[in-house]
Design a binder for this molecule. Structure first.
Ligand SMILES: [Zn+2]
Ligand SMILES: [Zn+2]
Length: 315
């Protein structure tokens, strides 16, 4: 007996993906369709695990209770779409193709693709240590991506969609603007190529990191204690980042999984209590609109900033 993920992925590939790829003349994607199906299943399992862990926590000690929580349903849609659909496609299929392309390009020029083991031979044969180090480096890169997205006005126009939610729950991690997501994928993928993350490990890394990020958004009174909060980001720590008064470039706690970078670069705030979340400077549609209304409102805000910038350049 193979494992149930393998068997199901094989079934999905054979009965769903290959017929569709064949229909659209895309059979050159056949070789990656199995991996895609497998990581989509892992994504679905991750959503189930996140739900099973975070929902009881939110019921146990909620920070806030809302009379109706319709806005949360849109966040749930963001999560399923991202974890089952988009992330497996980007972190496995596109990343794999990008790595093959870069590897070929470098081989043609007699260059060797960079790897962490190449840089630090001590890591050779130590798979777990290497995997952890990849995660630490990617998290460091994500700290700077996130911090810059609060700094530049055009980027904040997009990222403010993530902050618009006043009913923050474990579903809120994936509520992002598509353009913001695209920038994140390019940023993350570039760093992963640079440090030579193997194609099968990249989607696994993203699965682990994003599970912890979901937990940090949960509507729960939970911190990991004085020491724990300085090791791993807790819901209390990330809530301070989403605080109403912290919107834009006055925020703190930019880290995704590790609080170390905030501590190192002076942006950590462990004192803020369980604050109210949201971004009062944004359009109401960004907070409570449907998926497409939110996307459109984010694009309008982005366009507005670009137009102001152009007008200033012309003046
Ligand atoms: Zn932010
Ligand atoms: Zn967040």
């Amino acid at each position: 007996m193979g494992d149930p993920f393998d068997l199901t992925a094989g079934w999905v590939q054979e009965h769903l993906l290959i017929p569709v790829l064949y229909q659209f003349g895309l059979m050159n994607w056949e070789d990656v369709s199995y991996g895609w199906a497998l990581f989509a299943l892992y994504g679905a399992a991750q959503v189930a695990v996140t739900f099973a862990v975070c929902l009881p926590l939110e019921r146990w000690r909620p920070v806030e209770r809302w009379p109706d929580s319709d806005a949360v349903w849109v966040d749930a849609a963001y999560t399923v779409l991202s974890r089952v659909g988009v992330l497996p496609l980007v972190t496995y299929v596109l990343f794999y193709r990008a790595q093959v392309f870069v590897g070929g390009w470098m081989a043609d020029r007699d260059l060797v693709s960079p790897t962490l083991e190449g840089l630090f031979p001590v890591l050779l044969g130590r798979q777990v240590a290497t995997f952890v180090l990849y995660a630490v480096i990617l998290d460091f890169a994500d700290y700077w991506r996130h911090r810059l997205s609060h700094q530049f006005r055009w980027w904040w126009a997009l990222h403010s969609l993530h902050h618009a939610q006043r009913q923050m729950t474990f579903w809120s991690d994936d509520r992002n603007h598509l353009v913001d997501d695209l920038i994140s994928f390019v940023w993350f993928g570039f760093i992963a190529l640079l440090i030579g993350v193997p194609p099968l490990q990249f989607p696994l890394l993203v699965l682990v990191l994003r599970f912890l990020e979901s937990l940090s958004h949960a509507n729960v009174r939970l911190s990991f204690g004085w020491v724990g909060d300085r090791v791993l980001i807790s819901p209390r720590f990330h809530r301070a980042h989403h605080g109403v008064r912290a919107a834009g470039d006055r925020s703190c706690n930019y880290g995704a999984v590790l609080p170390w970078w905030d501590m190192l670069f002076g942006t950590a705030d462990f004192a803020r209590e369980y604050v109210e979340t949201g971004d009062p400077s944004g359009d109401e549609t960004l907070a409570t609109g449907s998926y497409w209304q939110q996307q459109w409102a984010g694009l309008r805000r982005f366009g507005c900033v670009l137009r102001q910038r152009l007008a200033r350049l012309r003046a």
